[in-house]
Structures are given as structure tokens and as C-alpha cells.
Ligand binder design. Sequence first.
Ligand code: HEM
Length: 180
Amino acid sequence: MRTSTSPRPSKLDDAFVLSQLASVPDPFPSAYSVNKLTTGSRRPGHWNLALAWWLVGLGLVLGAVLGLWSFGGPLDPPAGLERHDGLPRRLLRLAHIALVALPALNLLYVPWLGRTGWSDRWRHAGAGLLLFGTLALPACLAAAAFWRPALVLTPAPVSSLIAAVFILASGLLVSPRRLP
Ligand code: HEM
């Protein structure tokens, strides 16, 4: 029998405990929470998560293509890519690395975004900026390996990536309050 000194936890208490648990950052989200994040294309970060592993795969494919001539064969390097320290080859190498690392950053970013104090409007903005940088930076680097003027485009994705990260960082400072 319950006594008056030990009240049964109410639904409100459960909600409080759940909200406390939700505010603990989890860098390795469970399959359940990833599925929840990826259902519905309107959720902030949906496309970041949906595309991430495809882009990592593309980065590995680019590495495999570079491997065809990078270590003395089986193929001769295409014109302009002969020198390991030449700018075109460095740019392609950077595109390969960025195409693996940036999508991995997206996988980390989206679960953290849910813990910020930002509204969905700002979460969409952060995720969108990150996705734009993730797609555009490797594309610009790879394009610049063959057509140097494309390098002038790189400040756009670079600024976009930096802005996305600072949106996340500032939203975490004020968590769990809602910001505009
Ligand atoms: C299928 C898997 C991969 C393949 C076939 C591959 C292939 C290559 C090749 C051929 C190069 C040399 C390019 C050149 O000399 O111009 C290279 C460089 C590099 N890769 Fe990958 N890669 C793979 C996965 C990765 C992963 C997962 C990472 C980590 C993000 C990575 C990071 C790097 C880095 C940092 C360099 C530059 C190394 C240097 O300049 O000394 N690669 N990769």
C-alpha cells in the first residue's frame, strides 16, 4: 500500500526524466534514434544523414581511382597528375579526403543538432549549410584540379561549413532553451 510520504511518480515526472535523458549528448546514436532522425524528409538533417554514407562511398571510389596511378601503376598518371606534390594532384587528394571526412562530420552533426536550443528553422539552416559545404567543397577541389579558376569558388563552401559548425556550437551553449 502506498503511503502519503512516497508518492507514485506521475506522468509529469516521467516526462521530466525523459527530457533530462534527451539532453545528454550521445555521439553514437542508437539505430532507433537514427531511424527517428531519418524519417520524414522535413526533419532537420534528414538529407545530411540520407546522403552521408553514399558520399563516403564516393570518396573511397575516388581513392581507388587515384590508386590506379599513384603508386607506380597499373596505369600511367593522366597529363598534369604526374607529380605527387603538383597542385592538381594535391587538389584531387584533398577532394578524396574531404569526401570521406565531411560526410562523417554530418553523421556526428545531426544528432548534436537535436540537442541545441535552436528552433527547427535554425536547425534546417545549420544542416543545410553543412550539406552545401559537404557537397560543394569536394566538387570545387576536384574541378580545380582540372580547371584552376574553380578554386575561386571554394570560399563559398568553406564559409558555409564554418557557419554550420558555429550555429551548432552556439545552439549548444544555450541548450535546452528554445531560440528563434
Ligand atoms: C577504399 C579506400 C581508400 C582508397 C583506395 C584510398 C586511396 C588513396 C590513394 C591512392 C591516395 C594517394 C593519392 C595520391 O598520391 O595522389 C590516398 C591518399 C590519402 N587518403 Fe585515401 N584511400 C582510401 C580511404 C581513405 C580513408 C578512409 C581516409 C580517411 C579519411 C583516407 C585519407 C587519405 C589521406 C589523408 C591521403 C593523403 C596521404 C598523403 O598525402 O600522404 N583515405 N588515398
